[in-house]
Write a protein that binds this ligand. Structure first.
Ligand code: AHR
Length: 496
């Protein structure tokens, strides 16, 4: 059978939440210091923010950025990072074994978000932090009252509240690397109590529960315990859930190209499994459908192998074309599962496991930058139905269980329609050997704009000297077969 792709622009599957194009900046390696914040560098503005990074973030149109960790947050005391810089304490940092100068903190991050035009998403310290501290941080950020922390914010130069909407109840609290690692029982108990108190202080916020992969006994247990009625207010509010989203993290990588590029199919399966666990918790706890879907917050995802990655922390990944195809498969999965996806945050936004690298003299856009840019620019609006008939990759997958749960065709596709009726079809051809001539149905004849991300072979990388992988733009008449070149990513756009 010859390959074919049928796009159904009239069959909308779900609204795509813009927040799936979110970022993540952690106090880790060169992400904050030397990444987004580089005072004294001629490339920085009066706030010490790198202007080239700001421009890149604006190009990517990043709607929301998670901060300040990650593992870092488990010993972070936000009060260390506010007020006059000369009074801020330096602290030993236990996640990455560095020294935290605290010269960049809450007000600097909020300012940076304003300049970039993005929304902040803060993660609470579930390690050494207390509920009092967490409440203080929420008050500092969001309160308009005449109270201590709101007044401290005013004293530090910010009259208006920041209105931070997204708050995470800890990060990877299940991990053995975590300061104050918890059992699922202990976590659920604490998360429930913190959630209640935080929503008493500010019922408008959205709370994100700390999940694991999405399909573990941790996920199952904490969802069951915490997805319950919102109890703030006398008698509780039976129209709202206490928890608004469930966080999952998946990093993929493999030395062999096809195992590497198909690995994110496992991440897509994780979304489906987490979605089922959320439904189960809702059903068991009688939390009805008034709670909106899009309850998965995939707040760390990317290709990452700390053993292969250079840099002190094994975090300064040098991404190949194979990794760029893997990133396209991740993003196709997010579009296909749009009905469940409330947010996703690539980990991370600058220097650390990131599409964007800084040097003292400028920035490097790595291979994975390009599919991410095309998705963020064009795959917005609604996801639409798409059928793919393509040869199947039948070799080893990573993890091995993907084979049992998902197909892994050489052509991996998703499609969307924008609010102004432009259809976008995203197709990754994972084959190292074969171009595929594909019968495309559902395409309007006339002008089709074609963006292609490819390179000489799957191992090519971008450096400050040479950008081997970028975007090539061309056009196609929309008739006959379309050829998807081997090891490439293609995005086609036409008017419905
Ligand atoms: O993104 C790097 C690290 O990976 C994060 O700090 C942690 O949450 C995860 O283990």
């Amino acid at each position: 059978e010859s390959p074919s792709i049928i796009v159904h622009p009239d069959y909308k599957v779900a609204k795509i939440n813009d927040n799936i194009y979110g970022g993540f900046t952690e106090h880790m390696g060169r992400c904050i210091y030397g990444g987004i914040y580089d005072p004294g560098n001629p490339l920085s503005d009066e706030n010490g923010f790198r202007k080239d990074v700001i421009e890149a973030m604006k190009d990517l149109n990043v709607p929301v950025v998670r901060y300040p960790g990650g593992n870092f947050v488990a010993t972070y005391h936000w009060l260390d990072g506010v007020g006059p810089v000369e009074n801020r304490p330096k602290r030993p940092e236990l996640a990455w074994l560095g020294l935290e100068p605290n010269t960049f903190g809450t007000d600097e991050f909020m300012k940076w978000c304003e300049v970039v035009g993005t929304e902040p998403y803060l993660c609470l310290n579930f390690g050494t932090g207390t509920l009092d501290e967490a409440l203080g941080w929420l008050e500092y950020c969001n309160s308009t009252q005449d109270t201590y922390y709101a007044n401290l914010r005013r004293k530090n130069g910010r009259e208006e509240p920041y209105n931070v909407k997204y708050w995470a109840l800890g990060n990877e609290c299940w991990g053995p690397w975590q300061v104050e690692q918890m059992t699922k029982e202990d976590y659920a108990k604490k998360a429930y109590q913190w959630a209640k108190a935080l929503k008493l202080l500010d019922p408008s916020i959205m709370l994100i529960l700390c999940g694991e992969t999405g399909y573990s006994s941790w996920d199952y247990y904490v969802l069951k315990e915490c997805v319950t009625w919102s109890v703030h207010g006398l008698g509780g509010d039976r129209t709202k859930s206490l928890i608004d989203m469930h966080s999952i993290h998946v990093y993929t990588a493999d030395k062999e190209h096809l195992a590497n590029a198909t690995a994110p199919r496992g991440a897509e399966r994780a979304i489906q499994m987490a979605s089922a666990l959320i439904d189960l918790a809702r059903i068991e706890n009688g939390v009805p459908e008034t709670v909106p879907r899009q309850t998965i917050c995939f707040d760390e995802w990317n290709v990452w192998d700390p053993v292969r990655a250079p840099g002190e922390l094994g975090a300064e990944e040098k991404y190949t074309l194979s990794d760029a195809l893997a990133v396209a498969v991740f993003l196709n999965g997010f579009i296909r599962q749009a009905k469940d996806m409330g947010m996703a945050n690539i980990a991370q936004s600058v220097n650390v496991i990131s599409p964007l690298m800084t040097t003292k003299d400028g920035i490097i856009k790595q291979t994975i930058w390009w599919p991410l840019l095309l998705f963020s620019k064009y795959m917005r609006g609604h996801s639409v139905a798409v059928n793919v008939r393509a040869p199947e990759y039948t070799g080893r997958t990573n993890p091995a269980w993907i084979r049992a749960a998902m197909e892994t065709p050489y052509l991996d596709a998703s499609a969307s329609i924008s609010d102004d009726g432009i259809v976008s079809l995203a197709v990754a051809n994972l084959s190292e050997e074969k171009d595929f001539e594909v019968a495309l149905q559902g395409v309007t004849k006339g002008e089709v704009t074609v963006y292609t991300v490819g390179g000489e072979n799957v191992d090519v990388v971008n450096t400050s000297d040479e950008e081997k992988v970028g975007i090539k733009e061309s056009s196609w008449g929309g008739e006959g077969k379309f050829t998807f070149g081997k090891h490439s990513f293609t995005l086609l756009r036409w008017k419905a």
